[in-house]
Design a protein around this ligand. Structure first.
Ligand SMILES: [Zn+2]
Ligand SMILES: [Zn+2]
Length: 151
């Protein structure tokens, strides 16, 4: 018997899923599910937050988007699945892309594996989150405290 009925719809995105994908593709801010929900609602007022969560999870599991867990266990999403690192700004909470060419990333990756003895497959470039202060906050800090510190 040949089973000719194919109910699998994995390849085709639902309307909701493509909308969520569009929202993510149009930003580089690594938003949270809540933010994605608020944007999606403007185009599709009937969409629910549970649907947004469900689709974000499915997309992340398919590897169509990246999930970054930030400090405080907050989940952020990124439609850019190219290899890059992330830095969370400790001042404003923003997540910033740290991009480099393939060779540099591979060298950095190798260095981490060698230095810390971490098994290669456990180091996920996209999931790596550094902490620091973003350029905008640094600038603000420098301008704000101009008369404070003299060297
Ligand atoms: Zn910042
Ligand atoms: Zn990113």
């Amino acid at each position: 018997m040949i089973n000719i009925i194919r109910k699998e719809k994995r390849v085709r995105y639902s309307k909701q899923r493509s909308l969520i994908m569009d929202v993510l593709k149009n930003t580089t801010s690594h938003p949270t599910a809540q933010w994605v929900y608020e944007q999606a609602k403007q185009d599709m007022p009937t969409i629910g937050i549970a649907t947004v969560y469900r689709n974000l999870n499915a997309l992340a599991e398919n590897g169509d988007i990246q999930r970054i867990i930030s400090t405080g266990n907050v989940e952020h999403y990124d439609a850019d699945t190219s290899d890059h690192w992330h830095m969370a700004c400790m001042q404003c909470g923003k997540i910033i892309d740290l991009k480099a060419d393939e060779e540099q990333l591979a060298a950095l990756h190798g260095m981490i594996v060698d230095t810390f003895g971490i098994q290669d497959e456990n180091v996920r470039i996209g999931k790596t989150l550094l902490q620091g202060t973003c350029n905008a906050c640094l600038r603000r800090k420098r301008e704000g405290s101009g008369n404070g510190t003299m060297h």
